[in-house]
Design a binder for this molecule. Structure first.
Ligand SMILES: Cc1cc2nc3c(=O)[nH]c(=O)nc-3n(C[C@H](O)[C@H](O)[C@H](O)COP(=O)(O)OP(=O)(O)OC[C@H]3O[C@@H](n4cnc5c(N)ncnc54)[C@H](O)[C@@H]3O)c2cc1C
Ligand code: FES
Length: 315
């Protein structure tokens, strides 16, 4: 396994993880079975933590029941659930890119669906998730009335998140482009970044709920534009906006089709701008074990995209 891919959990309360047990840590060459240390991780030594911690997984994430405190339909197939998770969980959930696994308490574990956090109300200890109802897993979630099983927090909902979280310290210019359910992570990211930055939003007009935006999107410095990303003329407009505004960071929260299409426009118009994108890989365990999210990186090595926060360019 390569050291090039950053692990989203490194140095966190969930490190060392299950991959340390099997000699598959993404970062630590010693935990990969080698004698030498060649990682460039600047934080607390993962190997040392593992040995000192009696070779155990640190804080393994477990399913636990949470109360549904509100439920509101915004479209026929779009429902928002409020979950009473407690303050500690809500604090961790407020970081952009956070997601959880959610399933009905009566359902088997394979019903668990990854869902981005849209809002984290730390005072109340409540998080909100927006669910696009499609098939078995999301239908089961939408039917729940009283409680659900939650597992998390997981952190890798946005690839290239490092460029985004470092923005909190600075007065930068950010563009977030969201389409469909990508609006949920876009709302969390915009509200977070608005604390200290200018954030413009481009929101695709197809099947959006204005009520959802007015309920969850805060106010901040920046312009909100509505475009149809399916229309070539609107994509040209987006290119002109990029050129004019010279953003420091562009965050694309769309399907893979639009990541590719708009990613190309961003690279043409702003080749040196940081790019972060939604993690659209099939994510089932979130722990680097099941293999559903694996992909071959540019160098040919297999990487697990639930754990690797690999910048989009590398893929
Ligand atoms: C990090 C992450 C965050 C997500 N956040 C949200 C969110 O905030 N709101 C939301 O409505 N949806 C979100 N999704 C997508 C959501 O998990 C899927 O729509 C859901 O699992 C579909 O299950 P289903 O049984 O209803 O439909 P299915 O018919 O099983 O799937 C519908 C579509 O979702 C894809 N899908 C199914 N299972 C997964 C999976 N485990 N991981 C990724 N894609 C899957 C399928 O390939 C298909 O394209 C997110 C996915 C990921 C990976
Ligand atoms: S989702 Fe299981 S290995 Fe990544």
């Amino acid at each position: 396994m390569s050291n090039r891919a950053d692990c989203i959990d490194i140095g966190s309360e969930n490190c060392p993880c299950y991959l340390a047990l099997t000699g598959d840590c993404l970062v630590c060459s010693r935990l990969q079975g080698r004698e030498d240390c060649d990682c460039d991780w600047k934080g607390v030594c993962v190997y040392n933590e593992f040995i000192q911690g009696n070779k155990k997984v640190n804080n393994p994430r477990k399913d636990h029941p949470v109360k549904i405190v509100f439920k509101k339909y915004y479209l026929d197939d779009l429902v928002v659930l409020g979950l009473l998770v407690g303050k500690g969980f809500a604090i961790k959930a407020g970081r952009p890119g956070s997601y959880i696994f959610l399933r009905a308490g009566t359902g088997e574990s394979f019903y668990a669906a990854p869902l981005c956090v849209m809002e984290a109300d730390i005072e109340a200890g409540i998080i909100a998730v927006a669910i696009k109802i499609i098939s078995a897993k999301t239908k089961a979630l939408a039917e729940a009335e009283d409680s659900l099983m939650v597992r998390g927090i997981y952190r890798n909902g946005i690839l290239g998140i490092g460029s985004l979280t470092s923005m909190l310290k600075t007065g930068k210019k950010v563009l977030i482009v969201a389409k469909g359910i990508g609006l949920a992570p876009a709302i969390l990211a915009a509200n977070y970044l608005w604390q200290k930055n200018r954030v413009d939003l481009v929101i695709d007009t197809e099947k959006i709920s204005e009520d959802l935006m007015s309920d969850y999107l805060h106010e901040g410095e920046g312009i909100i534009r509505f475009l149809s990303l399916n229309e070539e003329s609107h994509c040209l407009d987006l290119g002109d906006i990029l050129q004019k505004e010279q953003y420091d960071l562009v965050v694309l929260l769309t399907s893979d089709h639009f990541l590719e299409k708009i990613g190309k426009i961003v690279k043409e118009r702003l080749p040196n701008t940081w790019l972060a994108v939604s993690n659209n890989f099939r994510i089932c365990c979130g722990e680097g074990i099941c293999g559903s999210c694996t992909t071959a990186a540019a160098g040919g090595e297999v990487i697990r995209m639930c754990k690797c926060n690999t910048p989009p360019d590398y893929l």
